[in-house]
Design a protein around this ligand. Structure first.
Ligand SMILES: Cc1cc2nc3c(=O)[nH]c(=O)nc-3n(C[C@H](O)[C@H](O)[C@H](O)COP(=O)(O)OP(=O)(O)OC[C@H]3O[C@@H](n4cnc5c(N)ncnc54)[C@H](O)[C@@H]3O)c2cc1C
Length: 352
């Protein structure tokens, strides 16, 4: 919005811009926006390329299927980055454009402004003001996240190890680190907050039945965060003419397609472009919601479905893995096509 001439102030409750929670995958749909914002080169310097995703058996580590984005879309790179690097690049670009970033500002009463944008995440106050209170429900899944030192010769690919009631995703970052996200089904729930940490021994115990490189990686975990995963509805109302929401505030997204931040980045572009194109703010916000709601709802639904697919056990797993293995070997393009709509989306290509 600042690039388009708006005077922007960011109110952030954290006292410093740092991010707990390790790495993040930046898919081509998000990179297109970062490129359009002029920070693609900076991001490239501090991130690592990823060829795609390998689905592997948790028990043996054997390859089940490969979705090779680099082969199917050589011109649309996929990257992985430490979150603090992404935030640094965004904050630097914003400051260079004159955006005021005020830290340590916990917003309790929504301040009056010509336009207030709630990019305030899962427990958004602005969402609640627009839609009333919401009751998320526990998905029965928790996620640990951890960083371990990267081994030499690591393949630039995200590996996803599937087991009954659990899966683990790992990829190398640019900083000599390996990012790990491990998800387990359980009946008890954990608060929806990043401030929780867990004993790495519990993570190791939960994945004790896993083979391949997983035990070696988990042996090196010294600290890990624990996150209870909750399902939220996509907010029905995204604006009221002077207040709007974007990102997790509008559509909290489970991490099973690695798209929550990517959607937030897409939203931001579309919101600014709509406001730039129409003098009537309410009409611009209406168009923003119309353009983004269906896209966000579709990605959220696809993320929800993936959790089930990764956690199969018994005969269902044998059948599903055999089908994936055959699909990957015989028709790799077919597997890629199932997710291509997520990554091929170009939020910067806004038709009138
Ligand atoms: C395990 C896991 C792995 C994930 N991996 C990926 C991935 O690989 N790729 C991907 O695209 N997404 C991923 N995601 C999703 C992604 O983390 C979120 O979707 C994304 O962070 C949402 O961004 P946001 O800016 O909307 O909200 P947040 O990142 O939650 O940011 C909200 C900001 O608002 C501030 N704030 C909140 N309330 C107030 C207040 N009252 N006053 C002032 N400030 C306030 C907060 O301090 C925070 O800085 C993952 C999520 C999880 C849990």
């Amino acid at each position: 919005m600042a690039r388009r001439g708006a005077r922007v102030t960011v109110l952030e409750r954290a006292g410093a811009l740092r991010e707990v929670g390790a790495g993040i995958q930046i898919s081509p749909n998000a990179l297109r926006v970062l490129d359009a914002l002029g920070i693609g080169d900076r991001i490239a310097e501090v991130s690592a390329p990823s060829r795609g995703v390998e689905l592997r058996s948790g028990r043996t580590g054997a390859l089940v299927a490969r979705i090779d984005y680099a082969r199917h879309r050589p011109a649309a790179p996929f990257r992985v980055i430490h979150r603090s690097r992404l935030i640094e690049a965004l904050a630097r670009a914003a400051r260079e454009l004159g955006v005021g970033i005020e830290l340590g500002q916990q917003v309790t009463d929504l301040p009056p402004a010509p336009l207030l944008i709630g990019a305030d995440g899962l427990h958004s106050r602005v969402r609640a003001a627009l839609n009333g209170a919401e009751t998320p429900f526990f998905t029965g899944q928790v996620a640990w996240r951890a960083l371990v030192p990267l081994e030499a010769g690591a393949a630039p690919v995200a590996q996803l190890f599937m087991g009954k009631g659990r899966h683990l995703v790992s990829y190398p970052l640019a900083d000599g680190l390996r990012n790990i996200v491990a998800v387990e089904e359980r009946s008890g729930w954990t608060a929806e907050s990043w401030s929780l940490t867990d004993d790495p021994a519990k993570l190791r115990a939960a994945f004790a039945g896993f083979g391949g490189p997983v035990p070696g990686w988990l042996d090196q975990v010294r600290d890990c965060g624990l996150w209870g995963l909750f399902r939220h509805e996509v907010a029905p109302r995204w604006h009221d003419g002077t207040r709007a929401i974007l990102g997790d505030a509008a559509h909290p997204t489970l991490p099973f397609l690695a798209q929550g931040a990517a959607l937030a980045i897409e939203d931001a572009w579309v919101l600014a472009a709509c406001l730039d194109a129409r003098a009537d703010q309410r009409a611009a916000l209406e168009r923003y919601q119309a353009l983004r709601h269906s896209r966000a709802a579709r990605v959220v639904a696809a993320s929800n479905a993936n959790a089930r697919n990764y956690h199969l056990g018994g005969p269902a797993r044998v059948g599903a893995h055999a089908a994936l293995r055959a699909g990957s070997a015989l028709a790799p393009a077919l597997l890629f096509r199932r997710v291509a709509w997520v990554f091929d989306h170009d939020a910067t290509d806004l038709r009138p």
